[in-house]
Design a protein around this ligand. Structure first.
Ligand code: AMP
Ligand code: MG
Length: 432
């Protein structure tokens, strides 16, 4: 078996390359605007009118000619938000009372704040010495965007800010990408489902749940398949079912142990492996690849590529391949590998354009011993305020320690080959 173990940045690059070429969403749906929260835009949102649609006052005050500030001004009327001034254009020496959000009347070219004025018996005076520039306290029509402009591109996740933009453009419904389905196969003879009685030496299948939750967060729909025991027969059955999904995740069975059969079974399915390990800890045995989705496509890869030219297989909704990840079974390894490698792939399958994992910089609050020969990703607690962001490693019992992992909110990245990480050192933290 040819192994391909990559440095972590190369492994990530490999995932990003595949995600950008073979990712992309598999379908489109139209949903109510609020139901679109967290979904990915499949059609750009275009401004239906100029924003603002009129010259808008940003203050409560008086609409005036900027050049008139030194004069005694006559207040000739008032305009509030939701109204439009219907009187004559503002003349010289005149002022119109105006509220925040109201359209600036024709003839005026600035708004003076009410706090900077005094009104005595109908005569308005601007505070002595106060200058007013043309356009002050006014957002001109179309300054934010003009009708026909793209205000939200395809591939953007709809958060509150994006929903506010879509609403401002009058969209009661939005077109979003279908969520990719993620088949989740936990493997292991030791695993017990949550509602089953168990022996002391058995392990609850927590990974299927963690992966389903992570899949949802990355824009997918997790589908927990039955646990596969460490037998070729059960693994084959679950891989055959799992490849119908947009992404196949397997947990466990990718290490060097006697019962680690996942890679072997994937090879039987004619897997193409992009890597069979990454120089990271935890998570070193992680594998990434793809298998032909259609059983009839079994055969040499050359013939496979020819078949892929077939029109039906070029259809985006019927991709020729299913990407898979084989994740090491220890729960923290599983979750680190998800944050690093699976999430970017899944975001791409969900149609997102921003897919790479996010790393932030923080100061180490406590020293950490180094000396590892691989890049480490340790559960860590990131905290921050005005004084900057700091991070401390969570004490843990290794990659099976789900309790410690849950005390952290990210993974501090400790590069290989460094002996000692002193307090105050700036390090990177992988957000999760
Ligand atoms: P493996 O990668 O198959 O060698 O699994 C390593 C260890 O991870 C096992 O010995 C279990 O303790 C743990 N493990 C494997 N699968 C799961 C799972 N689905 N849920 C929780 N822990 C697991
Ligand atoms: Mg196992």
């Amino acid at each position: 078996m040819s192994e391909r173990v990559l440095a972590f940045d190369q492994a990530l690059e490999e995932v990003l390359t595949q995600a950008r070429s073979g990712g992309g969403a598999r379908g489109v749906e139209v949903v109510e605007l609020l139901a679109g929260a967290g979904r990915v835009l499949a059609a750009a949102v275009v401004a239906d009118r100029d924003q603002p649609a009129f010259d808008r006052s940003t203050r409560d005050g008086y609409a005036v000619h900027a050049g008139d500030v030194a004069k005694a001004l006559r207040v000739v009327g008032s305009v509030r938000a939701g109204e439009s001034w219907t009187g004559a254009a503002l003349g010289e020496g005149e002022a119109i009372e105006i509220m925040t959000g109201a359209p600036v009347p024709a003839g005026a070219n600035a708004v003076v704040m009410v706090e900077h004025t005094t009104l005595v018996e109908g005569t308005l005076r601007v505070e002595a010495g106060r200058a007013l520039t043309v356009g002050e306290n006014v957002v001109p029509r179309g300054a934010e965007t003009v009708a026909g402009n793209v205000v939200l591109p395809v591939g953007r996740v709809l958060g509150a800010a994006e929903i506010s933009v879509a609403a401002s453009c009058g969209l009661a419904k939005v077109q979003v990408f279908a969520r990719p389905t993620v088949a989740i196969v936990a493997t292991g003879d030791e695993l017990v489902e949550l509602d089953e009685p168990m022996e002391t030496w058995q392990i609850r299948n927590s990974n299927s749940y963690a992966l389903a939750a992570l899949a949802e967060a990355a824009g997918g729909v997790g589908k927990r398949l039955a646990v596969a025991r460490d037998t070729l027969g059960e693994l084959r059955a679950q891989v055959a079912e799992g490849r119908e999904a947009d992404l196949l995740l397997l947990s466990g069975g990718v290490s060097m142990g006697k019962y680690d059969l996942v890679e072997q079974v994937l090879r039987e399915f004619r897997a193409e492996f992009f890597f069979t390990g990454a120089l990271i800890q935890p998570g070193k045995p992680v594998v990434f690849g793809r298998i032909p989705r259609h059983p009839e496509m079994r055969g040499s890869f050359a013939s496979l590529r020819m078949t892929a030219k077939n029109e039906q297989l070029q259809d985006r909704s019927a991709p020729a391949w299913t990407y898979f990840f084989g994740l090491p079974g220890n729960p923290v390894s599983t979750q680190v590998c998800f944050a690093l490698f699976v999430a970017p792939m899944l975001r791409a399958l969900a149609g997102r354009t921003e897919i790479a994992p996010v790393f932030v910089e923080a100061r180490l609050a406590e020293e950490v011993k180094g000396g590892a020969r691989v890049t480490r990703f340790l559960p860590a607690e990131l905290s921050g305020g005005w004084d900057g962001v700091e991070v401390r490693v969570v004490g843990w019992q290794g990659s099976g320690d789900v309790v410690a992992n849950a005390r952290g909110n990210g993974y501090v990245v400790l590069p290989a080959g460094v002996e000692h990480f002193p307090v105050g050192l700036t390090v990177r933290v992988l957000l999760r």
